[in-house]
Every structure is written in C-alpha cells, then in structure tokens.
Design a protein around this ligand. Sequence first.
Ligand code: ADP
Ligand code: LRH
Length: 494
Amino acid sequence: PILASILAYDLGASSGRALLGRLTDRKIETEELHRFPNDPVQVGDRLHWDILRLYHELKQGLLKAKHQGVQVQSLGIDSWAVDFGFIGANGELLGNPYHYRDRHTDGAMERLFAELPPEEVFGRTGIQFLPFNSIFQLYALKQANHPLLREANRFLMIPDLLRYFLTGEMKSEFTNATTTQLYNPALGGWDTELLAKLGLPASWFGPIVQPGTQVGALRRSLTEELGIDAIPVFAVAEHDTGSAVAAVPALDRSFAYLSCGTWSLIGTEVERPVIHDEARALNFTNEGGVDGTYRLLKNIMGLWILNETRRAWERAGKSYAFPELVKLAGGAPAFAAFIDPDDEAFLHPGDMPGQIRRYCERTRQRPPEEPGAVVRCILESLAMKYRYILELTERLSGQSFNGLHMVGGGIQNTLLCQWSANAIGKPVWAGPAEGSAIGNLVVQWIAQGELSDIWEARSVIRDSFPVTVYEPEAWEAWDDAYGRFLRATGLQGT
Ligand code: ADP
Ligand code: LRH
C-alpha cells in the first residue's frame, strides 16, 4: 500500500536524518527513513561543511521513500544556524560553506566592536554575541578581502541553500535569518542600516518567509533524475533549535527548555524579544520562533565537549560507544574537578582531553586522568552550568519554573538527564529525542491545516511520544558542589 506521509530533514552538527511523519486521530507516528553522518572536512587551515554530500543525502532520503512506496506529501529542512553559502550571478553555489568552528573568525568580533559598539549591534538585533555569528563571519571575510565577496550575488543560510538546490527558489527563512545577527525584529526584516555600516550589499539578502510557507516544489531536473513526482517544499522553522522548541511537549505556557544535542540551549519562549542592558550584559539571545514567538536563551557548549573528547580517544586508537562512556562516568568519583563548558578553550576542534587538563591546571584543580573521570567532569560541569543558566533565565524573564523540559538526542544520556535534575533541584522531563525533526513536521501540518497552532501541536506531541521523568536526588550534595563549581570556574553566583 502507498503510505501518505510528510518528510522532515533535520541536519545537526553531528548527524543528519530524514524522518517520515504521519498524523492520524491526533497521534503522530514517525519512522526514521535515513540517517547519515555530517562530517566536516578540513582542507589546509580551513574547516568546511560537506554541503554537496548533504544534498546527496537528501536525495538518498527521497529515493528510500520511493523504494518503500511512500507517497511524500510535503517536505521541510532544518539545520544548525549561522552558516551560509553565496550564490553567483549564474545561479551556482560559490565555494564551500565554512564551518562555524573554523578559525577565520578568530578576533573578528573584537575588531568589529572597534567600529560598531556591541550596544548598537545588540540593540538592533537582540542576538547574543557568539564569535561565529554570520555577522562576524561576513566581517572576517570582508577584512580578508575574500574573493568570494567579489562574485557573490545572494546570501543563503544552509537550509535555504539546500532548499534552493531542491526547488530553484531563493528565499530566506525567518527563524534562521535571526541567527545571522543582521535581522532587526523591530523593523521585521534585514537591518539595512546595519548592513550599510558593515559595507555589506543589501541586495545579497533576499525576501524573508515565515515558517510554514510553501516555497515551490522539487524542480523538474531533480524529479526526472530520481524518477519521482514533484513534492511541495515548505520553509519550516529552519533553525533546528526553533524546530526543537516548537516540539517541546509543554502543558504550561510558562516553561523552560533545554535543547540538548551537540549544543545545549537553555531558555524560555517569549512573546517579544527582551532587548535591554541586562539581557546584553548576560549575553542572552532572542532568536525567532514559530507563530511570532522568540526564544530567550543562552548557548552552552554542550555535548560537543564529550563528542570531541571521544574523537580524540578514537584518534589515539581507543574507541568508546556513548553508553560505555556513560557507564564509566557513573563509576568515577563525584565532584572531583569542574570546567566552565563555555570557556573558549573548548570551542574549536582539537585535543579536548588536553584542553580539559590545561583548564584544570589553570584553575588549580587536579585534572581528571581516567576516561571515566574525564567524562564525569564534563557531564557534572554541564549539569552545573545548566543550573546557572536556568537561574539567569528565571531572573531575566521574571518567571519561576517548576521543572525543565529536555529534548534532543542528548536525552539518550540518562546520566546527564538525572544529574541535570539533581543540579537544578527540580524534575527534568525528557522527550522527545527527535525534537527538531518533530518540530519540523508539525510546522508543515499547521501550514496544511492539519493542526491549528503550536499549542495544539504540543499537546499532540505530548500524547504521541513518551516523556521520561527524572526526579531530583541528593540535593544537598549537589547544592554544596555547586558552590565549588562557581569558585572553580570563576562564575558569579546568581
Ligand atoms: P545534533 O542534532 O546536534 O547532531 P543530536 O540531537 O542528534 O545532535 O544529539 C546527538 C548527541 O547525543 C551525540 O552527540 C551524543 O553526545 C548524544 N548521544 C547519542 N546517542 C547516545 C547514546 N546512545 N547514549 C548517550 N548519548 C548519546
Ligand atoms: C544547534 C545550533 C544552535 C546554534 C549553533 C550554531 O544545532 O543551531 O542553536 O547556536 O547550532
């Protein structure tokens, strides 16, 4: 039988997947159609995304659907934020998009601030300062007099670019556009004054569409290549964090979330951006969401540190599966050493165990030696930083949360979920793991009138996917250790 489904492509910094979704009687069923690694490629000093390979994997997803006899009714793509490609006058992609962890942006933020004060940039955009935001990437390219800029005609974020490959239509999607730090929520569009001040042509930045807008269909050359029918293509919340938060199965309108993948993003949903001195001083962001919402949140370096540590051990010939690492951490001594996961030492790829060792030496702590102790240090430090940022979110939003929703692949790390509950002293509600892909699906269903709005979608998600509850344990020990975490990392108590 031909099964009618919709398709969500979710591209994370670790892996990409294609999920099929069906909605019947207010129940969502999903099926993983295709999963593939997203390995960046280092060429000389530069780190790139393998964008054509990713496009190839999108096509593999379409072929798998065809071979399974699935009739795909629509599709959407979400991915990590901030990165982009340029299209030239002939309509072709110029060069290979850079990875946001490439070092070409080192120092660019500070140099830009010498020309344009941070107060102005934050006041216009409401976006936190991360050294790799598109604004700083573009500034770095400009300062380097990069040849790309001479030929560039249009600027497209990664999902916009892949959607362009699929359909031939160039449109910028709102949620991801906000992450460039070139979008002005008060103006409701690209900040052309800011672009002018930076010497960036406004003509590069095309029309912006809201999540849930159909933007064409698969182009003829592609349907002929694959031997399939034209499928309508939707702009969803193309920023993966926007899609993940759309899928948080909250019942209460006041809720806190932790989107837990390669990054950890903690915050709350707000009706309008929170742009004032305190938000800037705390470096909180206001990223665009679905249905006109914003995400008041902060980035935490997240499981990247664990993933990169695991890769370093693998290079040294010792391979560990994630569950094995979690088990080793569980057996290591508690609260032996802490890192601030957001120290810039942990941003770039490289020898992560070495960076952790050097951080501990710098902060007069005994560095963890055994793999279990290293992983324990990473996971406990993440849990402590979650408490720190959750408390700041409460302060800034004037709310008090009675628990934390966790979504994303990181919830498979049950120890991290339990320790997060312990650190915050409140329950953690974990699920769904495929938050971004499910958020991608529901935005398509809302657009097609199958769901009325984001709140109906959240209640359907709640009824369709299991949520694991982690009750806090050992509060006194964790609270006491939190004081030591603050002292070791030099973070100020809230
Ligand atoms: P992204 O979307 O950023 O690529 P995901 O949301 O897919 O990330 O989360 C992937 C992360 O989840 C991995 O990097 C890893 O740290 C963690 N993870 C994946 N599988 C497991 C597992 N079986 N046990 C513990 N952690 C896991
Ligand atoms: C998470 C994410 C996050 C961004 C980062 C670049 O995947 O999109 O929201 O800050 O990647």
